[in-house]
Design a protein around this ligand. Structure first.
Ligand SMILES: Cc1cc2nc3c(=O)[nH]c(=O)nc-3n(C[C@H](O)[C@H](O)[C@H](O)COP(=O)(O)OP(=O)(O)OC[C@H]3O[C@@H](n4cnc5c(N)ncnc54)[C@H](O)[C@@H]3O)c2cc1C
Length: 297
């Protein structure tokens, strides 16, 4: 038996719409046969591996607003869908106001891959392992979407339905992600556990963001997002509530980390067992929260 280790891409037609209206109409008309793409680092790999065989690939990289990257002091950051991760990392505005997002982008694969890969592609791929999703969730990201009925916005927190499944409808194109102004005095970190340091998806990823919040009994709020431990990127609500209500101490951080692990429903796969993942969520959450807390103090 011959095993073809480098299968070719299946045939497809390339379509580059001129406008968002044209893109949405085309994607809706050929729903099931047409697929949008940005960097293509997920799409082409899945096509080569035989999981996808779209008749049309719709290049949405040059449409209105998709190459924008700008920060407004009153409104926050708008990150166009086609902006690649190296551009995000190099942006002085991202470094100044959302260093957590830059850190998450830096954890993705290699420099070469990041010249193609986008944050919006990472989100739309809807893998629970997506490394940049946690930062966007903890900053309360909102997606700008263009559909057959025109533009609309959707909170990222309600976007994921399952592995590879989102609330997107036929004809929808995500044009940007908007991150509101970061909370005053915030500090954040992203801890990724992979099988190696380069080019591997996470076994577990923990994003933590903390900030002073005098309206909470603890005086602080901590936001958490977990990768690769549930069918969707997971916000462990119990842990967040616990830390908002209890005095922040090493013990309360350990308890919050235990609650975070309790919220997970990981699977066994080639990268790690469910049991190992739960234990790593506990360890990494405690480490991430401690690191953030030390910086907040
Ligand atoms: C070698 C290698 C290493 C990798 N390592 C990592 C890693 O460490 N961490 C990680 O998180 N990921 C990793 N990935 C996965 C991938 O690179 C990322 O998910 C990347 O961010 C995808 O972005 P993209 O622009 O290439 O998306 P694309 O492949 O263009 O698209 C991704 C998905 O989103 C859909 N889509 C694209 N654009 C839109 C749009 N505007 N509106 C609606 N739907 C859209 C596509 O149809 C597709 O389903 C790796 C991939 C490879 C090949």
């Amino acid at each position: 038996m011959t095993i073809n280790t480098h299968p070719a891409l299946p045939e497809f037609e390339y379509f580059r719409p001129e406008t968002l209206v044209e893109a949405s109409e085309f994607l809706a008309r050929y729903h099931g046969e047409a697929r949008p793409f940005l960097g293509g680092t997920d799409v082409f790999v899945r096509m080569r591996d035989g999981f996808l065989a779209p008749k049309f690939l719709v290049d949405v990289k040059n449409l209105d607003g998709t190459n924008d990257l700008y920060f407004e002091p009153q409104a926050g950051l708008t990150l166009g869908a086609a902006v690649n991760m190296n551009r995000v990392i190099a942006s002085p505005e991202v470094q100044a106001h959302y260093p957590l997002l830059a850190e998450a982008c830096r954890s993705v694969a290699s420099y070469q891959l990041r010249t193609r890969a986008t944050v919006v592609g990472n989100i739309c791929n809807a893998s629970p392992a997506g490394d940049t999703i946690g930062a966007c969730l903890t900053f309360d990201g909102v997606l700008n979407i263009h559909g057959v009925s025109g533009p609309r916005q959707e909170p990222l927190a309600a976007f994921f339905l399952g592995p590879g499944k989102t609330t997107l409808k036929p004809g929808d194109v995500v044009t940007a992600i908007h991150l509101p102004l970061p909370p005053e005095g915030c500090a954040g970190t992203y801890l990724k556990l992979g099988r190696n340091k380069l080019s591997d998806l996470s076994i577990v990823g923990v994003t933590a963001l903390g900030y002073p919040d005098p309206s909470r009994p603890s005086g602080y709020r901590f936001r958490l997002a977990l990768a690769s431990v549930a069918p969707v990127p997971l916000v462990p609500a119990q842990a967040e509530t616990y830390l908002a209500n209890d005095t922040i101490t090493p013990e309360s951080i350990r308890e919050a980390a235990r609650l975070a692990a309790e919220d997970c429903s990981p699977i066994d796969d080639v990268r790690g067992s469910a049991r190992y993942r739960k234990q790593m969520v506990r360890n990494l959450s405690a480490r991430a929260l401690t690191e953030v807390w030390e910086r907040l103090k």
